[in-house]
Design a protein around this ligand. Sequence first.
Ligand code: FMN
Length: 196
Amino acid sequence: MNEVIKTIYERRAVRKYNDLKINQDLLDLLLNAGRMAPSAMNKQPWKFYVITDEQLIHAFSKEISEIAIKEISHAKKDEVDKLNLSSYHMSTMTNLLKNTDHIFYHAPVVILITTLADEEWGGIDAGMCAQNIMLAAKSLGLDTCPVGLAKYINQAKDFYELNIPDTEKIQLAILVGYGDEDPILHERIEDNVVYI
Ligand SMILES: Cc1cc2nc3c(=O)[nH]c(=O)nc-3n(C[C@H](O)[C@H](O)[C@H](O)COP(=O)(O)O)c2cc1C
């Protein structure tokens, strides 16, 4: 396999990190890889908020768990259907969130990717950018996890410290660190191709 394909196959969502910090040169490489992503009409709509303060990351993580639990348990039936979560998944997720740090998993770096909220292709552009960051990280010996639940950070009491304008939408967080686990490979669904 060539190196790119190998990296694609080796990337996993990693949810346990060791204490090693990430130096600025590596972070710059990751952000520059993100910037190389394609974007609709070449708008490059992403913005990066890089959080490295351990205590702040942990405090946000704890608070987002609480917010997420409330949101999930208060979700009305049609919203739950939209989330495509069965009651089994709902209770599993709620239980998971109740234990320790299940949002940012003690990662040393959290990159929030935002775009303007009214950017038509913002979610897709941010996703492409995120994937570039995650593959670049893997190729450099780092691990990552994309975290959608980070969207609730805008309800946290210290959110103002991030100076994220309310015109922006938090599309995704990418956790970055040196992984301390070897997650299983989830089998990929393969009956999803239609040849015409
Ligand atoms: C848009 C998006 C949101 C995600 N949100 C979360 C999350 O909030 N918490 C989490 O632990 N993992 C999250 N994940 C990671 C997925 O659970 C993970 O990618 C999936 O289980 C496949 O595993 P793999 O990445 O190791 O192949 C998210 C992934 C994506 C693409």
